[in-house]
Design a protein around this ligand. Structure first.
Ligand code: ADP
Length: 421
């Protein structure tokens, strides 16, 4: 059993840099959680607190029901895979994978079996005799994952494991991690700044900004029901378009007004707005590029084409409309694609969207007006450029991987209310 619980976790570096605040999350056993957000939002710090590589300033972390605030990394039954692999250069792939088990004094026969099983899972059996310098980036990352797998950890932590790989390899390894997840039945926490990775890997995604959790949800939830403007803009590619618009309530009916166009919202959206007693107001309207449709209707929103990009099965047209730069994804047939110049610069077009595709955000706070839940607004966070965390070297890994030879320090009772961390 390895459910995790993070309760009001906070991290302040050097008494000044608030890296993570009010982090609350219950992670189910065998769940795949992805922490995602722009650089500096506190993802790695959160992961490192779970790993025990970073002290927790406030709050509590439980792994498998046991409070681990004061438990050293090596006794937490976790394994971590880093961006830079941290392999021992002088050891073969086999020895790199076996190392953690050797330290733990596993019998040779057991080590051999585990190494070969992991190599099989990761398709690196052929490489076992090689040294890391004779491997590609993708292969090195597999070895690093292999080293983590053999330890059969309760929790698998991955910190941007694919970010050193080129785009093609990254796609390949992403698929590998999905497969790995099916074979290795454990809890995963995966950190990335890449929303595509987050959307494809996570059972649930935790979107962070400036140390605060913005939303926790399944990929579908965060895509279709973003809690605020930040999440709406961060998840989905190309990015959601935003407009200054008006929400119009007539009795129990809601519509959005954009320029001369008025679009009635879908019944589900209307019901949620009604439940929240939302009034007519100025809003920020969000519509995803793939949900905008071109129309011959002259009453629809008028736009002028700036640039069009042929992407194969679709054209991405960048237009100016209502004082904003807007992207529209227009699917094209094979013949149209071949004929080339579809939307020339300066062409006038009209567009609309369905009422189910309109996202309405509070103009001031950016909160999604359909959601009832108020989230604490991010306080300004100190953004002094700080030292990067300690480099992950093989020596550092050894410190994490060393077996526990001393007595495990006293661990708090998870149910004791007022115990000191
Ligand atoms: P992310 O992983 O989302 O890029 P981090 O968790 O690494 O973000 O960093 C969050 C914030 O904490 C950033 O402002 C960063 O500069 C700061 N930070 C990270 N590590 C340290 C450290 N060792 N000392 C001081 N500040 C740090």
């Amino acid at each position: 059993m390895a459910e995790l619980s993070l309760r009001k976790v906070k991290k302040v570096y050097d008494n000044t840099v608030v890296a993570v605040q009010a982090f609350d999350l219950e992670i189910a056993d065998k769940e795949f959680i992805v922490l995602v957000g722009p650089s500096g939002c506190g993802k790695s710090t959160t992961l490192r607190m779970v790993a025990g590589l970073e002290e927790i300033t406030e709050g509590e972390i439980y792994i498998g029901g046991k409070k681990v605030n004061n438990v050293p990394p090596k006794s937490r039954d976790i394994a971590m895979v880093f961006q830079n692999y941290a392999l021992y250069p002088h050891m073969t792939v086999y020895d790199n994978i076996a190392y953690g088990l050797k330290l733990r004094k596993f019998p040779k026969r057991v080590i051999d079996q585990k190494v070969r099983e992991a190599a099989e899972i990761l398709d690196i059996t052929e490489l076992l005799k090689r040294k890391p310098k004779a491997l590609s980036g993708g292969q090195r990352q597999r070895v690093a994952i292999g080293r983590a797998i053999v330890r059969e950890p309760q929790v698998f932590l991955m910190d941007e494991p694919l970010s050193n790989l080129d785009a093609k390899l990254r796609n390949q390894m992403r698929a590998e991690i999905i497969k790995l997840r099916q074979k290795v039945n454990t809890t995963f926490i995966y950190v990335t700044h890449d929303q595509t990775e987050a959307m494809t890997l996570g059972d649930r995604i935790v979107i962070m900004k400036e140390g605060y959790v913005q939303q926790v949800g399944t990929p579908q939830e965060v895509f279709h029901h973003p809690a605020n403007l930040f999440v709406a803009g961060f998840i989905g590619t190309p990015q959601m378009n935003f407009f200054d618009a008006e929400l119009v309530r007539k009795g129990d009916q809601y519509a959005v007004r954009l320029g001369s166009a008025e679009v009635t919202l879908s019944p589900e959206k209307q019901a949620r707005l009604l439940a929240g007693e939302v009034r007519s107001q100025e809003i920020t309207l969000g519509v995803r590029p793939e949900h905008i449709v071109l129309t011959e209707d002259m009453n629809a929103v008028q736009a002028t084409v700036d640039v069009s990009e042929m992407m194969g099965s679709a054209v991405h047209i960048h237009v100016s409309a209502c004082g904003r730069d807007v992207v529209i994804v227009v699917p094209v047939s094979e013949e149209e694609a071949e004929s080339g110049d579809l939307f020339l610069r300066g062409t006038q077009v009209h567009f609309t969207f369905r009422g189910s595709a309109a996202h309405v955000f509070d103009k001031e706070t950016g909160r999604n007006l359909e959601s009832r839940e108020e989230r604490a607004e991010a306080e300004p966070v100190e953004t002094v450029s700080a030292e990067e965390p300690e480099e992950v070297t093989p020596q550092f890994m050894a410190a994490v991987e060393q077996p526990e030879d001393s007595v495990i320090p006293p661990v708090g009772d998870p149910f004791a209310e007022d115990e000191e961390a």
